[in-house]
Design a protein around this ligand. Structure first.
Ligand SMILES: Cc1cc2nc3c(=O)[nH]c(=O)nc-3n(C[C@H](O)[C@H](O)[C@H](O)COP(=O)(O)OP(=O)(O)OC[C@H]3O[C@@H](n4cnc5c(N)ncnc54)[C@H](O)[C@@H]3O)c2cc1C
Length: 426
């Protein structure tokens, strides 16, 4: 008999992380209910850049980044913005971010990222096949581009060393060679660095909602309700919603950028912030790309999707539920035209989503301290689509009492201290 047989698990959140946790718990025999106030994939997992970043080993807090931050912050169109209303809550988070920028810490983080994200392509391919949408996952390569070749120093910079030493395959294209591999690019871009292997999805929302369909076919339930509180009660857990209370043997908090509202009353003040990002998607772009593009200097990504061409980026630190600053999306539109002069920006849709961000770029995965039957699965920041499937396996494996061949310490939910000073910013 499987370890989960006859036991009930409730997952809060039907984003990519929660849905993957639900699927993996169901595989281990748990009776699974996923609860969300919206339909699967309608929050941050809706509008991301769709990259299954198997080579993601470079955290955001890198040595020297604090020196670049003021310049970025002073540029009203720059990639980093701090919303003034949330400044008091952002500063403690930035302090912990700064503490994560030492070289040794970065090397450890890179290893933990590789361990979590390195298998994303195989895992998503398997899930997409089971969910009946294999065409939504396609192998691809990343093309990093920059105007100044010094910004992609593949020989000497720590960024590229981290990637190379962890198995990234790297090719450099300078000048006209760059136009040969990506013909629509503007000539203002002087260097491109191709990185792989990796993959992308053609539609992150449809992928997540198809995984929700898979969970239902496996016998899981997806309930539409708002979770108000999680109350431990010995070996049981009560999950109170606006539509009644549910009991379970195991609860998983996978509520993305809103997770802190449920974690704080349980004693965990995880430094979790909403790293708000934006996208513009152009239905008739008039240009077709051969790669997923990552623009190094302005820090945004461009990818062909089934809905058109998507430009995604921006890091706006603030509250998840504050109204969007659509100016950020307009900046992406202008940058899109700079990078691809032939881009048709006529029919564009815009979107904002809150990435659930921790200061060290690693998610919080594992049991909640003091409550061994409540699990945390949040804080994937820029890489939740990539990390969803493996996070699901880890959480479900822990709940089923499996021995995992993975050091979980780097993802420990209490690694910043159980009573960190950062308060709820979501
Ligand atoms: C512009 C942009 C580009 C990105 N590009 C990529 C990329 O290319 N590759 C990649 O890997 N990642 C990317 N990401 C990051 C990725 O989208 C996120 O990390 C991921 O979607 C987070 O998933 P999640 O399930 O944790 O959160 P969400 O998708 O936000 O899901 C959390 C769910 O919890 C629900 N919830 C919260 N509180 C409650 C409650 N109390 N009761 C009921 N329900 C609740 C919410 O309604 C929500 O549906 C990008 C993000 C952005 C913004």
């Amino acid at each position: 008999m499987s370890e989960g047989q006859g036991r009930r698990a409730i997952v809060v959140g039907a984003g990519i992380v929660g849905v993957c946790c639900g699927i993996e718990l169901r595989r281990r025999g748990f009776d699974v209910t996923v609860i969300d106030r919206v339909q699967p994939g309608e929050s941050c997992s809706f509008g991301n850049a769709g990259i299954l970043a198997a080579q993601a080993v470079v955290p955001v807090p890198m040595p020297g980044i604090m020196w670049q931050a003021p310049r970025m912050l002073l540029d009203p169109e720059g990639p980093l913005v701090v919303r003034l209303g949330s400044l008091g809550k952002t500063i403690p988070w930035l302090w912990k971010f700064y503490q994560s920028t030492g070289v040794e810490k970065v090397m450890r983080t890179a290893d933990a990222m590789k361990a979590l994200y390195g298998t994303t392509v195989e895992l998503h391919e398997g899930l997409a096949r089971e969910a009946g949408v294999p065409d939504l996952v396609q192998t691809s390569r990343y093309l990093y581009i920059c105007r100044d070749p010094r910004n992609a120093d593949t020989e000497n910079s720590l960024t590229w060393r981290l990637r190379r030493e962890r198995g990234g395959e790297i090719e450099v294209f300078d000048g006209p060679a760059l136009r040969e591999v990506e013909p629509e690019l503007s000539p203002i871009y002087k260097r491109g660095v191709r990185l792989g292997p990796m993959a992308k999805t053609l539609n992150p929302f449809r992928l997540t909602s198809s995984y929700g369909g898979l969970l239902r076919r496996q016998g899981g339930t997806i309930l539409t309700a708002e979770v108000k509180a999680i109350r431990p009660d010995g070996a049981r857990v009560h999950v109170d919603t606006n539509a009644g209370s549910h009991q379970a043997d195991v609860a998983v908090i996978a509520a993305g950028a809103w997770s802190l509202k449920l974690l704080q009353p349980l004693g965990l003040n995880l430094p979790l912030i909403a790293e708000r990002g934006y996208h513009m998607t152009f239905a008739n772009p008039g240009v077709a790309l051969k790669h997923v593009i990552s623009e190094i200097e302005r820090q945004f990504a461009v990818s062909n999707m089934e809905m058109g061409l998507r430009i995604a980026g921006t890091e706006e630190l603030g509250h998840a539920d504050d109204p969007p600053s659509w100016r950020r999306a307009e900046v992406l539109k202008r940058l899109g035209k700079e990078i691809f002069p032939n881009l048709n920006v006529g029919e564009g849709t815009r979107w904002m989503g809150p990435r659930p961000g921790t200061p060290d770029s690693l998610p919080a995965i594992g049991p909640l301290p003091g409550h061994p039957n409540i699990y945390v699965a949040c804080g994937h920041g820029h890489l939740g689509l990539t990390g969803g499937p493996n996070t699901g396996r880890i959480v479900a494996g822990l709940a089923a009492g499996e021995r995992l061949n993975l050091n979980l310490a780097p993802y420990a939910p209490d690694r910043f201290g159980a009573a960190s000073e950062t308060r709820n910013v979501a």
